[in-house]
Design a binder for this molecule. Sequence first.
Ligand SMILES: [Fe+2]
Length: 194
Amino acid sequence: MREKLIEFLPEIKWIFDKKLQDAVIATYQETLQIAGLEVEDMKKVAFVWDNISNATFSYLDHVRVVTKMCKPILAEYNVSYAEKIGYSLDKLKYSLDHDTLIAGVILHDVGKLLEYELTPDGRTVESSLGKYLRHPISGAAVAFKNGVPANIIHIIATHSREGNGGYRSPEAIAVIKIDNMNFETIKSHSNIFL
Ligand SMILES: [Fe+2]
């Protein structure tokens, strides 16, 4: 399953830290196993289960495009602020951490594979687990079990309304904004006003 996951989600290899790559892969493997899904089913599960779900984009489409959008934003942010304030080590606090952001965005919605389920006719609907545990909660739980560090679990746990009103790290803010931009623009293209 490991090779297949990397084939379907090659952005996993962007993560520099091999131990972190392994934790991300293990989290996907266990999530898919609990859900009774194969890797390729990530192309069948819709990226949301409400009335735009069965339209256009899959879970895999969504995670990959949001991940790909994070990469240039991260690079531009870090270069721009480094140029502005210089590269002295004490000023590096104004940078986004590469592996935290990339692992976080790859995992941010992994719990959707548990919150949603596929019907025999191929629609995506809310699962019985999803009724009680939305994806930020279930995703964080599986990630914790598989050794994902707390700063990355934090991104999973806070990237939706569950994180409102509390602390969000800079990388968590980047993920929620890019994720929302993706979701809101698709709704706008589709003339859906939820
Ligand atoms: Fe998302």
